[in-house]
Structure formats: structure tokens, C-alpha cells
Unconditional design. Structure first.
Length: 121
């Protein structure tokens, strides 16, 4: 995946944050820490990188001057879409030996592992 993302100018750690922003909308950094398994300093560096690249912005959270939410930009959405296109051949190779039902089952299991709270809803 790193090879697929390299021509786009991002790393997997950046893409993981973009995935969260696409799936959940503007997100405070502490929630990005929990969602990505990163630490506070790591998330700060990743968000700094995304801001420098114009892929995300920090915005004030109404009612709490101390907290900033990270929001994906239009350019970030374009890169997100391009990354999915770049990763598609890789994903297809990973499931090439599985039947259609097995690949759907694998996708379901991985989704439940990555987002256990979503699976319960």
C-alpha cells in the first residue's frame, strides 16, 4: 500500500487519518488517536503534514476554545479517491484466491475488527 500511495505524496499513516475523516466527518485529534492507534504527538505530526499538503484543516469546535476538529478538504477528498483507485489492483490481488462469498466475508470481518462499535449499531 505504501508503494501505491507514494506517487500521491502521502504515507499509510496519512491515509488512515483521511479514512477516519471521510467516514466520520470533522474529528477531534484525541478521537483520531483512538481510531488510528497512534499517539498524541504522532497525530499532531500527521495532521500538520496533512495541513501543509492542503489535505485537511483544523477548525475551532463551537463551545470549546481549546479543542480543534480536523476536517478533510476538497483536495483531501480528491487524494482519497485517487488512493482508492491506486489501491484497487492491490486489493484485487489480495483476494484473488478467494471465492466471491469468501472475499465478502473477509471484508465484513475486517470491517467489524476495525470498527467494532459500528458493527454493534
Amino acid at each position: 500500500m505504501e508503494e501505491a500511495l507514494r506517487p500521491l505524496g502521502v504515507e499509510l499513516r496519512h491515509f488512515a487519518v483521511l479514512i477516519e475523516l471521510v467516514n466520520h466527518g470533522p474529528t477531534v485529534q484525541r478521537d483520531l488517536v483512538a481510531a488510528t492507534g497512534s499517539d498524541k504527538a504522532g497525530i499532531m505530526r500527521i495532521v500538520d503534514d496533512l495541513e501543509r499538503k492542503g489535505l485537511a484543516v483544523r477548525r475551532a469546535v463551537p463551545g470549546d476554545r481549546r479543542v480543534r476538529a480536523v476536517e478533510i478538504t476538497a483536495r483531501g477528498l480528491e487524494l482519497f479517491d485517487a488512493a482508492h483507485v491506486a489501491a484497487k489492483p492491490l486489493a484485487e490481488r489480495l483476494v484473488a484466491e478467494l471465492s466471491l462469498g469468501e472475499s465478502e466475508q473477509l471484508a465484513d470481518l475486517l470491517t467489524r475488527l476495525a470498527h467494532p462499535a459500528d458493527a454493534e449499531a
